[in-house]
Design a protein around this ligand. Structure first.
Ligand code: NAI
Length: 662
C-alpha cells in the first residue's frame, strides 16, 4: 500500500488538523490520488464531526503548488479534461459545504488548485514570510482555474482584484493577501497554530469584501468592468494567440465562474481551451523552464559574495540584482564617480521592489558596497567582469585578479562578442573562466547564457548555472560561438526587419506584422531600444565585416541617431516611448519573411552544438527574446508549421518531466 499523503489528528479542543505531505515529493500537488484521499478524509470527518478543521502542509517548502501538471498533460481528450475539472469542482464544493468551520493555514506557495482549496475553506491564515505567495497562475499555462477559483476569488476579494489575479496569474504576498481580504489574518510563524485555532473557533462570519470592492462586479457596472478588463488583456494578448484570459472573463461574467457551464462548441468551453495549441505550447514552455532551472541543481555551490568589475549599464545592474537577491556585492570601477550612478540606480530599483519596506531597501543597499580599489576580489566566491568590450583590457584585468582570488572562486565575463578562449589565455588556470551573459535590462530579462569555451572546466559551468539560479534567473548552457544563441538568432531577425524598411515598408507596419505574429515588441522598436550602434556592431560580428548593413540603419548611425538613447532612430522617442504612427496594411507573408532568418539561425545553433538540442534553443529564444511563447518556441513552431500546422492536443508534449527522467 502507498504511504498516505494526508494525516488527520484531533486535538484536545476537538479540532481536526489535516496535514498534506505528499509522499515521495518535495512539494505538495493535488494529484488525482491526493484528491481521492482527501475525499475519503472528508468522509471520516463527516462521520465524527470535529469542532473545526485546519488544512495545512507538512512540507518545509510551501502549502500546495497546484494540480499535478504531469497528470494534466496526460489527459487524452476533451471528455477526460471535462471529467478532471468536474471531479475537482465537486471536491472543492464538498469542502465548502462542510458543516463545521474550516481554515487553510498557508505557509509558502499556495498556487492554482492549492488556492482553490484554500478558498473553499471559511478562513485563511497566511504566514508572514517572503516565500508565502498566493496565485491562480493557470492563465500562464493557457488554461482556466476550473475548481471553483473563478467563482470564489471574486466573492472573497471583489471582482476587480480577483480578475487582476486571474488574468495575469500574478501572485500576492502574505501581507498583500491580508490587505485585500484574501487572508483573514497574516501572522508570524511562531504563532500560526494558535492564530489558526483562535480564528477557527471564533464564530466570526466569513469575510466579505466591502461594498466598494463588490460594486464593480454588480450590474450595470459589471459590463463596464468586463470591457475594461478585455481592453487591458487585449493590449497584451490577442485572443487568437491566448484564448484563456478571454475565457476566464466570459466564465466569470456569464457563468458564475463555473467553467463546466460553458457549452462545448463555444470559444470559452473547456473543450476549446484544453484542446488549444496554446495550452499545449504553454505547458511545454513551463517544462522547458523547469529544465533550465534544473541546470542550477547540478553543482552544490552556494555563493555569498560577488565582486563585479565595471559599474556601467550591465555591471551596475548585475551588482544591484545580486544585492537584491541577498548576496553581498562589491562593485568596482575606475573611480568612485563611475560607481555612484550605479548605486543611485540600484537604490531606485530597491525602493520599487520593496515598496513601503524601508528596512528591506536599506538592507539591500547595505549589501551593495562601492569598491574602487577592488578589495572585494579576495573574499569573492564569484567575480563578474563587465568592463568595456576590449580584449586587451579584459585580459589585463583578469591577469591582475587571478592571483588574488581565494581558492575555488569562479571567474566570469559578461562579454557579448569576445572569444572566451582569447581572454582565458591570460589566466594560469583557464578552466575557471566562464561566460555569464546577462541581457539588458538585467531586471527584466529572465535568461542568462552560461558560456563554456573549449577551456572552461565543466564543473565551473555547473557552478555558474547554480549562481544564476541563486539570483533567480534561468541558466542556459551555451557554447562559446559568435552571438552565443540569443544574439545569433536576434541579429538576423532585426536585420531582416531593417531591410524591409529599406524596401519601403513603414517601420510601424513591420512592427505590426511581428506583433500580430505574437512577438512582445516589434523588431524595429527593439532595434531602437537596444541601440542602433549596437545593432551595427552585432550585425558586423555575425555577418562578417564585409557584409553591407541595411542602408537606413547605416544612415541613421552616421547621423548620430542611435535610437531611444539619443531620442531618435527609426522612430522619434519621447519619455522613453517610441512615437509611432498608425501601421499600414500588413503585406501578405511579411511576418514569415521576418521570422525565417531567426528560425534558420536557431536551427544552425542546434546543428553547430551552440545549444545541446532543439528544446533548449526554443527555451533560450523564448526567455531571451520573448519569442511568442504560445508557439512553443521557434523550432517547435517550424516543426508544427512543417507538419501542415497540425496539432495533436495536450498529449503531444515533446518535453515532460517523465520523459526527462527516462
Ligand atoms: P559600459 O560602457 O556601460 O560600462 C563599462 C564600465 O566599465 C565603465 O563604467 C568603465 O568605467 C568600466 N571599466 C572599463 N575598464 C575598467 C577597468 N579596467 N576596471 C574597472 N572598470 C573598468 O558597458 P556595458 O554596456 O555595461 O558593457 C559591459 C560588458 O557587458 C561588455 O563586455 C558588453 O559586451 C557586455 N554586455 C553588454 C550589454 C548591453 O546591452 N550593454 C548586454 C550584454 C552584455
Amino acid at each position: 500500500m502507498n504511504p498516505p499523503n494526508w494525516t488527520l489528528e484531533r486535538d484536545a479542543d476537538g479540532i481536526a488538523w489535516l496535514t498534506l505531505d505528499c509522499a515521495g515529493a518535495s512539494t505538495n500537488t493535488l494529484s488525482e490520488a491526493v484528491r481521492a484521499e482527501l475525499a475519503s478524509r472528508l468522509d471520516e470527518l463527516l462521520n465524527l464531526p470535529p469542532s473545526g478543521l485546519v488544512i495545512r502542509s507538512g512540507k518545509a517548502a510551501g502549502f500546495i503548488a497546484g494540480a499535478d501538471i504531469g497528470e494534466f498533460t496526460a489527459v487524452r481528450d476533451a471528455a477526460a479534461a471535462r471529467a478532471l475539472v468536474q471531479r475537482g469542482w465537486d471536491l472543492m464544493n464538498r469542502v465548502a459545504a462542510l458543516p463545521f468551520p474550516t481554515l487553510a493555514l498557508i505557509r509558502g506557495h499556495c498556487m492554482g488548485g492549492g488556492l482553490e482549496l484554500a478558498l473553499a475553506c471559511r478562513y485563511r491564515v497566511v504566514v508572514d514570510e517572503p516565500g508565502t505567495r498566493l496565485a491562480l497562475p493557470e492563465v500562464m499555462l493557457g488554461i482556466v482555474p476550473g475548481w471553483g477559483g473563478m467563482a470564489r476569488l471574486p466573492q472573497a476579494v471583489g471582482a476587480p482584484a480577483a480578475l487582476d489575479m486571474m488574468l495575469t496569474g500574478r501572485g500576492v504576498s502574505a501581507r498583500a493577501a491580508s490587505r485585500m481580504g484574501l487572508a483573514d489574518e497574516c501572522v508570524a510563524p511562531r504563532v500560526m497554530e494558535n492564530a489558526a485555532r483562535t480564528l477557527l473557533l471564533s464564530g466570526r462570519p466569513r469575510h466579505r469584501p466591502s461594498w466598494r470592492e463588490r460594486l464593480p462586479g454588480l450590474w450595470p457596472w459589471k459590463e463596464l468592468l468586463v470591457s475594461a478588463a478585455r481592453r487591458k488583456v487585449g493590449a497584451r494578448a490577442r485572443p487568437g494567440h491566448y484564448p484563456a484570459p478571454y475565457a476566464i472573463l466570459d466564465i466569470w461574467a456569464h457563468h458564475d465562474g463555473n467553467a463546466l457551464a460553458v457549452p462545448a462548441g463555444q470559444p470559452g468551453s473547456l473543450e476549446a481551451i484544453v484542446g488549444s495549441a496554446t495550452a499545449a505550447n504553454l505547458v511545454r514552455v513551463f517544462f522547458l523552464q523547469e529544465r533550465l532551472k534544473g541546470f542550477g541543481k547540478e553543482a552544490d555551490f552556494a555563493p555569498r559574495r560577488v565582486h563585479v568589475v565595471g559599474a556601467g549599464i550591465m555591471g551596475g545592474d548585475i551588482a544591484a540584482w545580486c544585492a537584491l537577491h541577498g548576496l553581498t556585492v562589491t562593485l568596482q570601477d575606475q573611480d568612485i564617480t563611475r560607481i555612484a550612478p550605479a548605486i543611485a540606480r540600484a537604490a531606485e530599483q530597491f525602493r520599487r521592489r520593496h515598496r513601503g519596506d524601508a528596512r528591506a531597501v536599506q538592507a539591500a543597499l547595505d549589501r551593495l558596497i562601492p569598491d574602487p580599489a577592488g578589495d572585494g576580489v579576495r573574499q569573492a566566491d564569484v567575480v563578474i567582469e563587465a568592463i568595456f568590450e576590449d580584449l586587451e583590457a579584459k585580459r589585463r584585468l583578469f591577469a591582475g585578479i587571478e592571483p588574488r582570488l581565494k581558492p575555488g572562486a569562479m571567474l566570469a565575463t559578461n562579454t557579448s562578442s569576445l572569444r572566451l578562449e582569447d581572454i582565458a589565455t591570460a589566466l594560469r588556470e583557464p578552466g575557471r573562466l566562464v561566460g555569464i551573459h546577462f541581457f539588458n535590462p538585467v531586471a527584466k530579462m529572465p535568461l542568462v547564457e552560461v558560456v563554456s569555451s573549449t577551456t572552461t572546466d565543466p564543473a565551473t559551468a555547473a557552478r555558474a548555472a547554480a549562481f544564476v539560479r541563486r539570483v533567480d534567473k534561468l541558466p542556459l548552457p551555451v557554447k562559446s560561438a559568435p552571438g552565443f544563441l540569443v544574439n545569433a538568432v536576434l541579429a538576423p531577425y532585426l536585420e531582416e526587419a531593417m531591410r524591409c524598411v529599406d524596401d519601403g515598408i513603414a517601420p510601424e507596419t513591420v512592427d505590426e506584422a511581428a506583433l500580430a505574429f505574437g512577438m512582445p515588441m516589434g523588431p524595429i522598436e527593439l532595434a531602437d531600444t537596444v541601440g542602433l550602434d549596437i545593432a551595427v556592431a552585432a550585425g558586423r560580428q555575425l555577418a562578417g565585416v564585409g557584409a553591407a548593413a541595411p542602408r537606413r540603419l547605416t544612415a541613421l548611425v552616421q547621423a548620430g541617431n542611435l535610437g531611444r538613447k539619443s531620442g531618435r532612430g527609426f522612430y522619434s522617442w519621447a519619455d522613453g516611448k517610441a512615437q509611432k504612427g498608425a501601421p499600414g496594411a500588413v503585406p501578405e507573408g511579411l511576418a514569415q519573411r521576418l521570422v525565417t532568418p531567426l528560425l534558420a539561425a536557431a536551427r544552425r545553433c542546434v546543428d553547430e552544438g551552440v545549444v545541446a538540442d532543439a528544446d533548449l534553443a526554443d527555451a533560450g529564444v523564448i526567455f531571451g527574446t520573448g519569442f511568442a511563447p504560445f508557439t512553443g518556441g521557434p523550432l517547435h513552431y517550424a516543426a508544427v508549421a512543417g507538419d501542415g500546422g497540425g496539432h495533436a492536443g495536450l498529449a503531444a508534449q515533446p518535453v515532460s518531466p517523465r520523459q526527462r527522467a527516462a
